[in-house]
Structure formats: structure tokens, C-alpha cells
Write a protein that binds this ligand. Structure first.
Ligand code: SF4
Ligand code: SF4
Length: 474
């Protein structure tokens, strides 16, 4: 979960593909809009009593908030969450154009990590200020703003502040191979300097931003090419490729778009707005459809955070990987269900949050390529896909911090000419769960299986502490 202060949803840029832009146009959000710092602080105190997560600032352009108020928010977070002692950080997501030396000093003082929103070098950013038409003057401003953002990244690289980059993928920076190559070159330079980042594909909301977003087929090409780019050098690390590796290894499901999410009250995002009200994830704008900004309600006291209805439906509704049935927008039978869960509801196909994500083909292809590569490098590796379909293994590893010991079946040795070798041991999926028994009691594991499978399909071996469901049950 992330907790954000979004003091003012206005922004000094006007990126035409930004997920907040439809709401800005609807609400006429203004960069001069007032906010009430006392109300924001009151809401933060309420969040603190309820959640453990360290809040940060995200939404609109947070550097439009006056410096004294930024200092008040960050110093309160620093003290209240004991960041120094616990080694944790707070964060800010900014376009970087308003960054000053004073900000950098403040971020160093209060352990603030910085996420910069930037979509590549030079003209790959040209839609960061595009309006309906871009005349010469606006292009000038765009170029200057991009230079400021790139300068901000350089400044932060020189400081003690942790910095990462969010790249929104659009036709402008990834629509052709030539553009993608330039983007990858830029990312290479960042990663050489220990600056990692993450792709977010721009979501084409209904009747809005359609012409700027990548098609699902193009996103698939971009993901696969980027995975090859990432594999080529050990210093390169970029999301979502790294997240997918982790997900398959059962390490965590940290990214909300690979996990369950209630579109009406996203458990992954709790927002304090400038008047002290609360709301949830801004990406749900598309689902409203009636011009009201977002479907999200008060996110402080809602007991429906963990609703699973969409996911119960998705796993029963036929999709592209269901044998002998037509695709009806679901995920039934998909090999990667347990680490994908149908994706973000705001990107549901046909603008319907109940359907699986429009990015399905790209996600599936990337998981498949990563799985093949990991298995060929480490024969015998145990991955989440070795568990029975819909076994909640990835979820459990995330919630309970369980290590499923993916390398437990491997034997490392040397060949006769002295070269290191890796051999796979017996690969028996039945004991995948039992590997985790240090953290989960065996009875708990069995209970989980009984909840999901009929007794006749289960084989329970108490002496080996193993349980599995036969393939007829899947
Ligand atoms: S890849 Fe994801 S969205 Fe596509 S069918 Fe599988 S679980 Fe559903
Ligand atoms: S709506 Fe999408 S982006 Fe927002 S919290 Fe849910 S999964 Fe994440």
C-alpha cells in the first residue's frame, strides 16, 4: 500500500497522456489552487493511527507546495515514523522542473527518495506539454522543461538522495523501434549511474488519450525488447521486468497491478487531498464514465479494501488461455494467473473494470519469456508456476514474508574442465508448499488447499509434509 499526500492536483506541466489529465480538465484543477496544511496534517495523523506504511507525496506536482509546508510534512513523517532508526524512507514523485538546491537539502535531511517523471531524452518528451496543438512557442517551453528535468536527475545523482524514474510509455517514446532504441540508450546511462526506473503504459481512457497510447501488440514488443536489453548487462534493472522475476520466484507481489485491487477503494493507494478529504487511486477515472472524477471514496474507514469479487469472476470467466471456450474477457486457466491476477482494473478491456487488463498479451508474453530464460539458466528452479493453479503461493509469500526457496532443487558443481555447473534435482511440485513450512504450519497449508479443491483431488502426505492437488482439479 502507498499513502500519498496530493495537496493540489494541478501541475505546471500538462502531459497530454497523464492519468490525472482527464480529471484536471474536468475539475479545472489550477496550479494556484489553495490547500489547507492543517487539514492535511490532521488526515496524516489519522492515517498514522490506522496504517503502518510511511506516507509520501504523489499526485499533481508536489513541488508546487510551499517549501515551509513541504518541510512541515516531511519533518513530521521523519519523526513520527522514526525513519532514521528504522532505515526507512519517505518519497516524492515529481516532474523535477521546480527542483531547487533547498529541496535537495531537505530531501537529504528527512530521508526522502525522489521519483522523477520523465519519458526519455529530448523530443521523446514532447507530449509532456502538448495541448491539442503544439505551436512553436509551446515546443520551446517543452524543450526547456525537459532540460530542467534532466538537470534535476543529474543534481540528484550527485546527492545522497535516492532517485528513480517513472517512464510513461506512449507512441512518442516507444511507438517505433528507433524511438525505443533511443529510450533504451538513455535508460542505459541512468542505470550505469545506479538510477533505476519503471515503465507505466499510458492508459487510453474512453474517448480520451486513445491516439497516444501503445497498442497491446506494440507494448508486448516493447516489453520483450526491454527484457533482452536488461539481460544483456548485469547493472541494468528496470520495472516491470524485475518485478516479474520476483513474482515468479515467489518473493513478493509488491506492485498493485499484479495483485488484487478494489476499483472502488484501492487498498494500494490512500490519498489525503488538499482540503483534508481522502480518496483512492487516481487511475480509476476511466471507470466513472459520467464525468465524475474517480470512483474512489473515503479511504480511511472503508471495510471493503480487500474485496475480491473481480478476481473471483476473472478466474472463472474464459479468456485467451481457456481450452475449448470463447474468450469472454476473463483469465480462466492462465498459467500466470497467480502472479498477474488480471491486471489493473482501470485498464480493463472495453473500458470495463470487470474485464482483465487490455495489456494481457504483453504481460503474458513477458512472463513466459522470463520464465523460459530463468528455467534454462537454472534447470530445476522452483517457481510459483510449479504450484497448482490458483494456489495462493505468491500472495502468501508477500503477506507472510515466506521464502519458497526457489533454488532448493539445484546442485552446484564443477565440470571436468573446472567450469561451474548447475544441475536440476528432482522436480516434484508436490512439495513446493512444504518448502514453506517453517513459516506456514502444515495444517494451515492443508486448510488452504481444502478451501480450493475437493478432497478427492488432494494428496496429503503428512510424513513428507507435502500436499498437492491433481491436475483434474485445475
Ligand atoms: S496474463 Fe494476466 S490478464 Fe492475461 S489471462 Fe493471464 S492472468 Fe489474465
Ligand atoms: S486502480 Fe490500478 S493503479 Fe490504481 S491501485 Fe488499483 S491496480 Fe493499482
Amino acid at each position: 500500500m502507498t499513502i500519498h499526500v496530493s495537496a493540489n492536483s494541478g501541475c505546471n506541466l500538462g502531459c497530454s497522456y497523464c492519468y490525472e489529465e482527464p480529471d484536471r480538465q474536468h475539475s479545472q484543477a489550477d496550479i494556484d489552487a489553495e490547500y489547507d496544511i492543517e487539514e492535511i496534517m490532521a488526515r496524516l495523523r489519522q492515517f498514522e493511527a490506522k496504517y503502518d506504511e510511511v506516507p509520501g507525496m504523489h499526485g499533481g506536482e508536489p513541488l508546487l507546495v510551499r517549501d515551509e509546508h513541504l518541510e512541515r510534512i516531511f519533518s513530521w513523517i521523519y519523526e513520527t515514523y522514526d525513519l532514521e532508526e528504522t532505515g526507512r524512507h519517505t518519497h516524492i514523485q515529481t516532474n523535477g522542473t521546480l527542483l531547487t538546491e533547498e529541496h535537495v537539502e531537505m530531501f537529504e535531511r528527512y530521508r526522502v527518495s525522489v521519483g522523477i517523471s520523465c519519458d526519455g531524452p529530448a523530443d521523446l518528451n514532447d507530449n509532456r506539454l502538448a495541448r491539442s496543438e503544439m505551436d512553436g512557442e509551446l515546443r520551446d517551453v517543452t524543450e526547456r522543461m525537459t532540460e530542467r528535468t534532466l538537470d534535476a536527475i543529474d543534481t540528484l545523482k550527485e546527492s545522497d538522495v535516492g532517485v528513480g524514474v517513472i517512464v510513461v510509455l506512449t507512441k512518442q517514446n516507444a511507438g517505433t523501434d528507433e524511438r525505443l532504441d533511443r529510450l533504451l540508450e538513455w535508460m542505459d546511462d541512468l542505470t550505469r549511474h545506479d538510477v533505476g526506473g519503471h515503465y507505466n503504459p499510458a492508459i487510453p481512457y474512453e474517448d480520451v488519450q486513445e491516439d497516444e497510447s501503445l497498442s497491446p501488440e506494440r507494448l508486448k514488443e516493447v516489453y520483450l525488447r526491454t527484457w533482452e536489453w536488461m539481460k544483456a548487462e548485469p547493472y541494468r534493472h528496470w520495472g516491470p521486468m524485475g518485478d516479474y522475476q520476483d513474482n515468479l520466484l515467489g518473493n513478493k507481489l509488491s506492485n498493485c497491478v499484479n495483485n488484487t485491487c478494489d476499483v472502488f477503494n484501492a487498498g494500494a493507494a490512500k490519498i489525503a487531498t488538499g482540503d483534508g478529504a481522502t480518496t483512492g487511486c487516481g487511475k480509476t477515472w476511466a471507470a466513472a464514465g459520467d464525468g465524475n472524477a474517480f470512483l474512489q471514496g473515503d479511504s480511511t474507514g472503508n471495510e471493503y479494501n480487500d474485496t475480491e469479487e473481480r478476481y473471483e469472476m476473472l478466474k472463472q470467466v474464459p479468456g485467451p488461455h481457456t481450452d475449448d471456450e470463447d474468450d469472454h474477457g476473463g483469465c480462466k486457466g492462465c498459467r500466470y494467473w497467480n502472479v498477474c491476477q488480471g491486471g489493473c482494473p482501470s485498464a480493463g478491456i472495453e473500458y470495463d473494470y470487470r474485464n482483465r487488463t487490455r495489456w494481457c498479451a504483453a504481460k503474458y508474453a513477458l512472463y513466459e519469456r522470463i520464465e523460459d530464460d530463468m528455467r534454462s539458466m537454472f534447470p530445476g528452479l522452483r517457481l510459483v508456476t510449479d504450484a497448482p493453479w490458483d494456489a495462493p503461493l505468491a500472495e502468501e509469500t508477500s503477506r507472510r514474508n515466506v521464502d519458497i526457496k526457489p533454488f532448493a532443487g539445484l546442485h552446484f558443481g564443477q565440470s571436468s574442465n573446472g567450469k561451474p555447473t548447475v544441475r536440476g534435482g528432482a522436480h516434484d511440485e508436490s512439495d513446493v508448499w512444504s518448502l514453506a513450512h517453517d513459516s506456514l504450519s502444515f495444517d494451515e497449508v492443508v486448510e488452504q488447499y481444502r478451501d480450493r479443491y475437493d478432497e478427492e483431488h488432494l494428496t496429503i502426505d503428512r510424513s513428507r509434509q507435502s500436499v498437492h492437488a491433481d491436475s483434474d482439479s485445475q
